[in-house]
Design a protein around this ligand. Sequence first.
Ligand SMILES: Cc1cc2nc3c(=O)[nH]c(=O)nc-3n(C[C@H](O)[C@H](O)[C@H](O)COP(=O)(O)OP(=O)(O)OC[C@H]3O[C@@H](n4cnc5c(N)ncnc54)[C@H](O)[C@@H]3O)c2cc1C
Length: 437
Amino acid sequence: MRIGILGGGLAGIALAYFLQNNDRIESIEILEKESEPGGLCRSFHINGICYDIGPHAIFSRDDEMLNLMIHLLGENKSRLRRVNKIVHKGSFIKYPFENELSALPADEREYCLKTFLNNPHENEKADNLLAYFLKTFGEGITRIYLKPYNEKIWKFEPALMDTQMAGRIPRPPREDIIKSAAGISTEGHLHQLYFYYPRQGGISALIQAFQDRLNDHVNVFTGAGVSGFKRNGDQWQIKTDQGGACDYDLIISTIPVQKLAEIYQAKIPQDVQAAVNGLKYNSLIIAIINVQKDNLDDSFAVMVPDENIIFHRLSKLNFLGESYRRDDQSTTLMAEITYPKDSALDKMPVREMEEKIIAGLEAGRFIDTRKQINFMETRKFEYAYVICDLHHQNNMKTIKNYFSGQDVRLCGRFGEFEYLNMDAVIRHAKNLSEEIG
Ligand SMILES: Cc1cc2nc3c(=O)[nH]c(=O)nc-3n(C[C@H](O)[C@H](O)[C@H](O)COP(=O)(O)OP(=O)(O)OC[C@H]3O[C@@H](n4cnc5c(N)ncnc54)[C@H](O)[C@@H]3O)c2cc1C
């Protein structure tokens, strides 16, 4: 059997890794449109600094997947303890927010504690993200932090979002909240408290580690954007941007499902097309800012719910280890900004965007003055975050049914259009390879 995999991000590469030793498979070809594989797990370089598309921490509740990633990296990894903070009215509050309520002004601390302990929403049905926040954390924590931060990162009303992502937000134990308001420090989100990160090469080292283990049944073609595909008897015929054509017995798509529908040379039923058109997602701008000095202290990342500052997260890459620091004592910051396609943020000229990022760094006192900036670079990525709105599950059910009926397999974050982190992407690739096997 000849297999064609559309897209060479983590899902595509992991699929090939799991499928390669199947005796029934003669060859696997990965077709990737960019000049390098990796997708959202690519890393870039500027003036001796290596950076990801938002720093990619390796952590998981799925031990098998976590162990696989760690094993593949071999010696090339560090284990780091999370030091994340939330910026609220000029102070840094330890992440997760509910674990350091004592850092809030007295009236807000009271409000959060009272509305958590006597929560009228506790027994309500939570059928959207906002209702879930109110039920789980009470009004204070929701209004002061969760709602504004989520509105900022999603650029979407939490009341119009599904609760399927809520599983990743653990319910804090009652005692922890009481302790946290009394100034006794506790830790939340324990499965992310420690994470792994490649010692060198950024997260693309994980992609490289998979690639190093691919055998000669697998070929990765870069610069090979898929521009069309159709059935031709028992085979799938795929067209690439360069005008090439290849035939496969089986195809697996890891590219965004909207693109897949666009390039399918068949008449897609109206209800399926409507479901595809209904899918929502966010794009991302990342800005790398190298500065002589910053005011982030020992933090790795700070979440910025303040709507007057353009970025929602600011990370300090020096935290990640020796090879992410320059010799000149400078620090490298990464600011992240989400935006919907064709929005005002999408259309904003780079200069104006950079000016707003710098203004945000100054306004939040993350740096003392713009004169401390050595250099800056921004990049845009169209497909970054799946938005699970209230129609997402139904839309995806229609789309998955259709493509499975066409015998096109879907895998990956935008292939399946689900909020998947690296561990879940690799898990889905493994499950699909076993299904195929
Ligand atoms: C800002 C940010 C931070 C993140 N941080 C973490 C983290 O800390 N920890 C974690 O576990 N996960 C994190 N993730 C999630 C992680 O990046 C994804 O789960 C993973 O990279 C998805 O891999 P994928 O292969 O499914 O999708 P993608 O990486 O999107 O790969 C799809 C590939 O298809 C290619 N493609 C698209 N169209 C075509 C075409 N027509 N023809 C050929 N190829 C095409 C693309 O170029 C791309 O290479 C983060 C994601 C983002 C956006």
